[in-house]
Design a protein around this ligand. Structure first.
Ligand code: UDP
Length: 325
């Protein structure tokens, strides 16, 4: 597995190890953390290799030993991409090509993690896997993540045509324990951190933009089902909950679940992302294909998932003194 020390990756490692698999994790620890996989590494059913998906000979060697590949390594999070667009685009395209090329040589079953970001600012919600993609201009760096993930998908489907058993999953705003407190790609992590610190919870714009937050255990279950369903090969699947919530309402909910007295403050997009940012106004998955082909539905209610997330963050975020108080 690439990116196994990351937020979703580490939960996937846990699930695979619990199911009796042995997992080799390749991660460059750019945003992932070794401590996320401490427990599985202790069981000796998981092995950690510190390295990059840009290292082709390392990728070739590890893929040669594997009987399935989960590819999660990526520069993730819109705010991260906006701040480091060159490295992000290279990692997300070249890294994936390296993994797919290595898997193709032995036709190793492979899962590529993609993103709901590929739909861009399409207004055709709920987004069907075969729906249109709508992106803004190329000098808006936000869209480079969508473009890179779409290029990854193009590569995956091109390899599928040549005989690689590959499946693509598009994640919708996964959240849960181990969310990085620096908030990479996660408004949930940012709001929880702000709620703990008693700082204003910063809602961008009017907060009418919506998302479907998906508890990470559901995300992982959908991922494992996708790799293990032969009929899924050569296709893309939305892996997301269908409960839609506005960011303004999310702020109220997080504040409530965290028991915080923070003020909820509307701030400009520009204050966070800099000039020239474009947001996705509404992001909702069409969940039919995942249900029919994979037998997958996200089950965790948002309030319940947030409760577990807040509990984990309370115990693990650095500002423990504030969190505990
Ligand atoms: N957002 C916000 N306040 C923050 C961080 C994010 O209002 O402090 C908004 C962001 O502008 C977007 C939504 O929350 O509309 C989800 O952002 P996130 O970075 O979690 O992921 P995205 O869905 O944009 O990939």
């Amino acid at each position: 597995m690439t990116g196994g020390c990351g937020f979703v990756g580490s939960h996937l490692v846990d699930a695979l190890v619990a199911a009796g698999d042995t997992v080799t994790i390749l991660d460059d620890l750019s945003t992932g953390k070794a401590e996320n996989v401490k427990t599985p590494l202790d069981t000796a059913r998981a092995r950690f290799v510190h390295g990059s998906v840009l290292d082709t000979s390392l990728v070739d060697r590890l893929v040669d030993e594997a009987d399935a590949v989960y590819h999660l390594a990526a520069a993730v999070g819109v705010s991260h991409i906006v701040r480091d667009p060159i490295r992000s685009a290279l990692t997300n395209v070249q890294g994936t090509e390296n993994v797919l090329a290595a898997a193709f040589r032995r036709r190793v079953p492979t899962l590529l993690t993609s993103s709901s970001e590929v739909y861009g600012k399409s207004t055709a919600a709920p987004f069907r896997e075969d729906g249109e993609r709508v992106l803004g201009p190329t000098w808006i760096h936000r869209w480079s993540y969508s473009t890179a993930k779409a290029m990854d998908e193009h590569l995956a489907f091109a390899y599928a045509d040549e005989g690689l058993p590959v499946v693509v999953v598009r994640y919708f705003n996964a959240y849960g324990p181990r969310l990085d407190e620096r908030g990479y790609g996660s408004v949930v992590a940012r709001f929880i951190g702000q709620a703990f610190a008693g700082e204003p919870i910063t809602v961008h714009g009017r907060g009418s933009q919506t998302r479907c937050f998906t508890y990470v255990d559901d995300t992982v279950r959908g991922t494992v089902l996708a790799l293990n369903t032969p009929e899924a090969r050569g296709k893309a699947f939305n892996i997301g909950a269908d409960t839609e919530i506005s960011i303004a309402d999310l702020a109220v909910l997080v504040k409530d679940v965290a028991g915080s007295s923070s003020e909820i403050r509307n701030v400009t997009y520009e204050s966070y992302y800099g000039k020239g940012f474009e947001d996705t106004p509404r992001r909702v998955p069409d969940t039919r294909r995942a249900r029919e082909v994979l037998g997958f539905t996200a089950e965790t209610p948002l309030r319940e998932g947030l409760r577990s997330t807040v509990e984990w963050c309370r115990a693990n975020y650095v500002r423990k003194d504030v969190a505990a108080g």
